[in-house]
Design a protein around this ligand. Structure first.
Ligand code: FAD
Length: 488
């Protein structure tokens, strides 16, 4: 999704290349390693894809792939136009005619697994084309079908790595901000947000006791944490669900410096989970430690030689795990045991499937992040790494809104806010939030040539507007009822 990054830099009056960002293509895209040692390599090279697909399913494999591309192309392009670039400030915005026209073509009421099962007959191909839902911390069995767009973007646009690491993008954006007059207070947590008695944001207070007055406060910290810790409770109603099933899972990541190169591992590698009697969805994450879940291995030094000393490799392994259970004691959560068991499973699965011998002995240096790290370092509620999950009732107008529902001057951005998690999605959300603030403050939006100066009707139903809107409200009620019945 490089185009979203390009667009962000363009709207800031610059470009990635003029900021010194050098994008390197990861070729091939990804190796999918199956439990039986078989490997499927995805690529933007169509001839290579055709050969692999026909090896797995000579009759239907390539046809299924073409149909997958056609369908997920619609999912991606219509989502960019009607979801990623649009605010959903209220339920009425679900009834925009342009959005409704495409709603069913986006397959939000199907799951990713249902879509790939319809298009592919081979179980392995279904896994290859559905596992990207792990990028949202979800299993393909619960992710809305629209999200086949994740795999589509990789297959048609490729996977790109900024030379020097992903933090080059964040650094460049920070530099552009500085040039445009932004001031950063680093290593200085926000303690709270003050609200006036007539429900307007007044200021933020920092850990240093400094108070910064503000016309608008943009909250980027994890939403559940922000509602609990930053916004005064007497002023905020519990509009954000705290149900366990509504937040995304957590993750364990290992960072290994290897004393030798391991050429069997490509830049991106997905190790497909293995069912062992229990429900298939558990294959996608380490909920109960009984299953052998899927996991992802990234070798940045395969694409960018500067990521490791000559002749060596750097490796990052990511596996999804359950959140911290706040009803249990730290001993009962047993994170140390989980990390140790997970490490053994990862090393043995990588060695067995790829044929690498003695991987453990090659690790010169190791560090890891586990659920408490995400909670303590980033204030993520219960260590969840993708914010609220992306089931149907947590997306679009159901996802927490960009603007606080009843406190003026408070805006949100990031994974738990519309449009959702993932860096390009959060960047798109940041632009929507910026546009909303500029409209509210009646400041022209530079990247729209000032055409949006002044307040816009963003879907709020005023008393007089209600009578004009009631047919749409009635239709929305019927639609929601149908969806609720369908979900039961
Ligand atoms: C291991 C891992 C790998 C991932 N890989 C990818 C990937 O390859 N591609 C992709 O698109 N997405 C990826 N993601 C997801 C992506 O990183 C997130 O969806 C995205 O970063 C969310 O952005 P955010 O702004 O909501 O939160 P964050 O990026 O977490 O930013 C929130 C910031 O707020 C800060 N903060 C919290 N509380 C306070 C406070 N009180 N005061 C001041 N600051 C505070 C936090 O420290 C943090 O820096 C990955 C996530 C993880 C965990």
């Amino acid at each position: 999704m490089t185009e979203i990054f390009e667009e962000t830099f363009r709207h800031l009056g610059t470009s990635m290349s003029s900021e010194g960002i050098d994008l390197l293509k990861c070729d091939p895209n990804c190796n999918f390693w199956f439990p039986d040692g078989e490997c499927f390599t995805t690529s933007t090279d169509i001839a290579r894809m055709k050969r692999q697909l026909e090896r797995h399913d000579s009759r239907h494999g390539f046809d299924g792939f073409l149909a997958f591309l056609q369908e997920s192309h619609q999912h991606y392009h219509q989502s960019v136009i009607h979801v990623l670039k649009k605010d959903f400030p209220g339920f009425i915005s679900l009834l925009r005619p342009a959005f409704l026209r495409y709603l069913f073509r986006l397959h939000p009421f199907h799951t990713v697994w249902q879509r790939v099962s319809y298009l592919f007959q081979s179980h392995k191909l279904r896994q290859v084309f559905s596992l990207a839902s792990m990028y949202l911390g979800m299993s393909p069995f619960g992710t809305p079908g629209t999200y086949t767009l994740l795999q589509y973007t990789e297959l048609t646009g490729g996977i790109w790595y900024p030379r020097g690491g992903f933090n080059q993008i964040a650094r460049s954006l920070a530099d552009v901000g500085k040039r445009l007059g932004a001031n950063y207070h680093l290593a200085c947590p926000v303690k709270g947000i003050a609200i006036s008695s007539d429900k307007k944001a007044l200021s933020v207070s920092l850990d240093t006791n400094e108070i910064i007055e503000a016309d608008a406060v943009v909250v980027n910290a994890d939403l559940l944490y922000a509602y609990q810790e930053l916004l005064p409770s007497y002023n905020s109603k519990p509009t954000v669900s705290r149900k366990k099933e509504d937040i995304s899972c957590s993750a364990i990541t290992f960072y290994w410096s290897l004393s030798e190169k391991v050429p069997r591992l490509e830049s991106h590698n997905m190790f497909v989970g293995q069912p062992s009697g229990q429900e298939l969805p558990d294959v996608y994450w380490n909920r109960n430690r009984l299953s052998k879940p899927s996991f992802y291995v990234h070798v940045p030094s395969r694409t960018d030689p500067s990521a490791a000393p000559e002749g060596k490799d750097t490796v990052m392994v990511l596996i999804l795990v359950d959140n911290i259970d706040t009803s249990k004691t730290p001993k009962e959560n047993d994170i140390d045991g989980l990390v140790a068991d997970t490490r053994e499973y990862l090393l043995s699965a990588i060695e067995k499937r790829t044929g690498i011998v003695g991987l453990k002995a090659l690790i010169e240096h190791e560090s890891f992040h586990s659920p408490p790290t995400w909670q303590d370092m980033f204030n993520s509620d219960r260590g969840s790494v993708f914010g609220l999950n992306h089931s149907f009732f947590n997306i679009l107008a159901f996802r927490p809104h960009i603007k606080h529902d009843f406190i003026d001057g408070i805006y949100f951005v990031g994974a738990s806010t519309h449009p959702g998690a993932g860096v390009p999605t959060c960047l798109s959300g940041a632009k929507l939030t910026a546009e909303r603030i500029l409209q509210d403050l009646e400041i022209p939006i530079a990247w729209q040539n000032g055409s949006s100066h002044g307040k816009k009707d963003l879907g709020k139903t005023t008393a007089s507007g209600f009578w004009r809107a009631w047919p749409r409200i009635a239709l929305l009620g019927v639609l929601l009822l149908m969806i609720a019945l369908w979900q039961m």
